[in-house]
Design a binder for this molecule. Structure first.
Ligand code: G1P
Ligand code: ZN
Length: 541
């Protein structure tokens, strides 16, 4: 057992999405060790506890798992449950923590950021409910990381992570498990697997793009082996340390190969993709893109067709920038729709308190009370279950939804890697102008409300301020501006646009056409060119 010295962190403040940095930063001497020891020092009940450990298989994943194991052993952990080869998708890890009654777990991932020696790495701690540690705890980790001067590590040989079964790291048991089995069993409890099998047996064809990231083995086992989707349904199904050089981010830009496969008369019926660590999803029909905001609303309206939700939904939650399409469904169902700040942690308290059953974000994240993370493959299975019961195509189901509830055109414009000073100045100007806006007109539209979103958590009473500037118009349209909290270089400005259209005769235009006026207004009003030197967004989703 060694007792090593370590330098304190400088700027590494881990949020609830964890610590996300370039691999080169993580490889600095004692860097990872500092984070792990700081976390251990803040966890009551660590001695004798069970921890879950796994990640998305990106570069540095295995090395990090070995370090964590030797440190866990030296810190008195009794049992570490590890996915074979150090692999666990984020939702699978969340499930495993809950199922095993573990104290918590380390999830190794930088989500949808590129991987490889020059890519990003990340680590976060999830607590016993399976969800990201609350902010009070991540702040404590951070404070501790600033002052610790040593860490505990066992000086032992690497554990063979390829072999299922138990090994020992000193007194600690290392249990190497099949990363897919428990998750696949959970999915079989939630969904009508027989109905989905019948759908595939009837000739329904789909493509699932695992983007060379963690969901490959999960999707192959569940879709191809258990549900009978044809071989080759899963593409890019082998997890690679660098994701084949791509961004493992399921959107129209980064999943272009899938989008191309879904277009044209001979295309499959259904397409889906997930991200690096398996918590995001994108849903496509033949020649049809489902916006994540619409996806949440359609799933909510049809959830009763899924066995797990047969008793009805307790409530729904969406992040503030997510479109208000789900609110209309909630109103119709007579249930509450909570509007939370961006980030999954806010859904956690609502899920734990039993206030909601379904939640989602515009950023390709959808989830439910089955785990405490968003879940990409689960969302795909939700769609499959509903399509199997409703016997409609993706496009028919969504169009039917628009007929019933009206269509909410939606778009997000990202300006990535802009200068931080300019981005901060833009937000400061917007904030300064808020009070004067209501009652005036902007670009010919009457402004009904304008504020910097703040949230009072109805369960734990915590308050979150300055969560994004939103301007609401009298016709139901909205513009929202906020800065990303997950970028690793410079600032990323996100501009969210939505426009409500009740008239079905006006639904058949593209979102970009329907939102063109609003987009121009949003750029002009905020002075985006002036503050960022950018005339166009880098990514539009
Ligand atoms: C982004 C998404 C947000 C999501 C988060 C983690 O955060 O916008 O919805 O919860 O990634 O996946 P942002 O970069 O906008 O702070
Ligand atoms: Zn992710």
């Amino acid at each position: 057992m060694g007792f090593q010295t370590t330098a304190p962190f400088d700027d590494q403040r881990p949020g609830t999405s964890g610590l996300r940095k370039a691999v080169t930063v993580f490889r600095q001497a004692n860097y990872l060790e500092n984070f792990i020891q700081a976390t251990f020092d803040c966890l009551p009940g660590l001695a004798g506890a069970t921890l879950v450990i796994g990640g998305d298989g990106r570069y540095y994943n295995s090395a990090a798992v070995q370090t964590i194991l030797q440190m866990a052993a030296a810190n008195g952990v009794a049992r570490a449950v590890v996915g074979r080869c150090g692999i666990l998708s984020t939702p699978a890890a969340s499930h495993l923590i809950r199922k095993r009654g573990a104290l918590g777990g380390f999830i190794l991932s930088a989500s949808h950021n590129p991987g490889g020696p020059d890519g990003d790495f990340g680590i976060k701690f999830n607590g016993t409910n399976g969800g990201p540690a609350p902010e009070a705890l991540t702040e404590a980790f951070y404070a501790r990381s600033r002052v610790i001067d040593s860490y505990r590590i066992r000086d032992g040989a690497d554990i063979n992570l390829d072999r299922l079964g138990e090994a020992l790291a000193g007194p600690m048991v290392v249990e190497i498990i099949d990363p897919v089995a428990d998750y696949a069993a959970l999915m079989a409890e939630i969904f009508d697997m027989a109905a989905i099998r019948t759908l595939f047996a009837g000739g329904f064809r789909m493509v699932f793009d695992a983007m060379s990231a963690v969901t490959g083995p999960y999707a192959t086992e569940i879709l191809e082996n258990r549900l009978g989707a044809g071989p080759g349904t899963v593409i890019n199904g082998t997890p690679l340390e660098d994701f084949g050089g791509h961004h493992p981010d399921p959107n129209l830009v980064h999943a272009a190969e899938l989008v191309a496969m879904l277009s044209g008369a001979g295309a499959p019926d259904f397409g889906a993709a997930s991200d690096g660590d398996g918590d995001r999803n994108m849903i496509l029909g033949r020649d049809f893109y489902v916006s994540p905001s619409d996806s949440l609303a359609v799933l909510a309206a049809n959830a009763r067709h899924v066995p797990h939700f047969r008793g009805g939904l307790k409530g729904i939650a969406r992040s503030m920038p997510t479109s208000q399409a789900a609110d209309r469904v909630a109103a119709d169902l007579g249930i509450c729709c909570y509007e939370t700040p961006t980030g999954w942690k806010f859904f956690g308290t609502l899920l734990d308190a039993g206030r909601i059953s379904l939640c989602g974000e515009e950023s390709f994240g959808t989830g439910s009370d089955h785990v405490r993370e968003k879940d990409g493959l689960w969302a795909v299975l939700m769609w499959l279950n509903i399509l199997a019961v409703r016997r409609l195509s993706v496009a028919e189901l969504v169009r039917e939804h628009w007929q019933t509830y009206g269509r909410t055109f939606y778009g997000r414009h990202d300006y990535e890697g802009v200068a931080t000073d300019g981005a901060n100045a833009l937000m400061a100007e917007l904030r300064a102008g808020l009070a004067a806006l209501p009652g005036t007109g902007l670009g010919g539209r009457a402004v009904a409300s304008a504020d910097d979103f703040s949230y009072l958590d109805p369960v734990d009473g915590s308050r979150s301020e300055r969560q994004g500037v939103r301007i609401g118009f009298a016709d139901g349209s909205r513009i929202v501006y906020r800065l990303s909290g997950t970028g690793t270089s410079g600032a990323t400005l996100r501009v969210y646009l939505e426009r409500y259209e009740p008239d079905p005769a006006r639904h058949e235009v593209s979102a970009s056409e329907a939102l063109a006026d609003l987009a121009a207004l949003a750029a002009e009003y905020a002075g985006i060119v002036r503050h960022t030197n950018r005339t166009n967004p880098d990514v539009v989703t």
